[in-house]
Design a binder for this molecule. Structure first.
Ligand SMILES: Nc1ncnc2c1ncn2[C@@H]1O[C@H](COP(=O)(O)OP(=O)(O)O)[C@@H](O)[C@H]1O
Ligand SMILES: O=c1ccn([C@@H]2O[C@H](COP(=O)(O)OP(=O)(O)O)[C@@H](O)[C@H]2O)c(=O)[nH]1
Ligand SMILES: [Mg+2]
Length: 245
């Protein structure tokens, strides 16, 4: 399924006019391609004092990125992993929603971006994750729903100074993800069919390349995310039991 999606991507690369606009694309709208490395360097300099931080823990924490399309079950499975294996569960989406609820000045931009199904600028999300890692001081961390695009990935690795130890990828068919999102019933501003269509496009065009990158580095563990939550957790449990952390 993953391969089929990648083949589709190769046949029709996303155009810059696609509705799958994101902060990664937002960056492209404002900068020439030749300026992109500069943008990343500027972002890294903003956080120079924290670069290479081990998040307050004297031991480097074990980091698992948990990725998958919207509705693939990342949050559901992370809750179970946290409970069975003692991981701190940091959901990037929850951190962003919390920032909106806090009434911070960035809240409006974050809310507009989430409503449209696009990706919040990397410096905002990475800083929220970095702070949450520091506060939790955990030695095992699940980062749920991040990085969403290559710019997110590069910003995290520069600012936190780490690659993840493992990347768990929940592979789920689109029709199943749509059904789950429309039934989620948590009053989320982005669980409507229009935004879901954009989120799926953003996932395919911007998040799959991140999974491909980590796959080429031997870090990805793909889980078939169909079946009941308990059936999926059987596979997840096996995977985490085999990891050294
Ligand atoms: N295996 C599953 N089968 C059916 N519904 C599921 C399954 N896993 C999760 N759900 C439900 O689907 C919705 C999306 O799950 P969630 O864990 O929030 O996914 P994600 O974080 O990837 O968007 C939730 O309402 C959740 O209860
Ligand atoms: O690193 C992230 C994580 C989330 N989001 C935004 O928050 C929304 C909801 O993310 P979440 O992970 O909560 O959604 P899920 O995939 O779990 O349904 C996404 O569509 C994005 O708009 C983002 O910009 N960057
Ligand atoms: Mg989620």
């Amino acid at each position: 399924m993953w391969r089929r999606r990648r083949a589709l991507l190769l046949r029709s690369p996303p155009s810059s006019s696609s509705t799958a606009a994101s902060s990664c694309q937002h960056r492209r709208r404002h900068l020439l391609p030749s300026e992109e490395p500069l943008a990343v360097n500027r972002l890294a300099r903003l956080f120079t004092s924290q670069a290479g931080s081990d998040c307050g823990n004297s031991q480097k924490p074990f980091i698992a990125f948990v990725l998958g399309g919207p509705g693939s079950g990342k949050g559901t499975q992370c809750t179970k992993i946290a409970s069975d294996f003692g991981f701190a569960h940091l959901s990037a989406g929850d951190l962003l929603r919390h920032e909106i609820a806090s009434g911070s000045e960035k809240g409006e931009l974050i809310l507009d971006t989430i409503k449209e199904g696009r990706i919040v600028p990397s410096e905002i999300t990475v800083e929220l994750i970095r702070k949450a890692m520091e506060t939790s001081n955990a030695n095992k961390v699940l980062i749920d729903g991040f990085p969403r695009c290559e710019e997110n990935r590069i910003a995290f690795e520069r600012i936190v100074g780490r690659e993840p130890d493992v990347v768990v990828f929940f592979d789920c068919p689109e029709d199943e993800m749509v059904k789950r999102l429309l039934g989620r019933n948590q009053g989320r501003v982005d669980d409507n069919i229009e935004t879901i269509k954009t989120r799926l496009k953003v996932f395919e065009s911007l998040n799959i390349p991140v999974i491909d990158y980590y796959s080429s580095r031997g870090k990805v563990r793909k889980i078939n995310a169909t079946g009941t939550a308990d059936e999926i957790f059987d596979a997840v449990h096996k995977l985490f039991s085999s990891l050294r952390f």
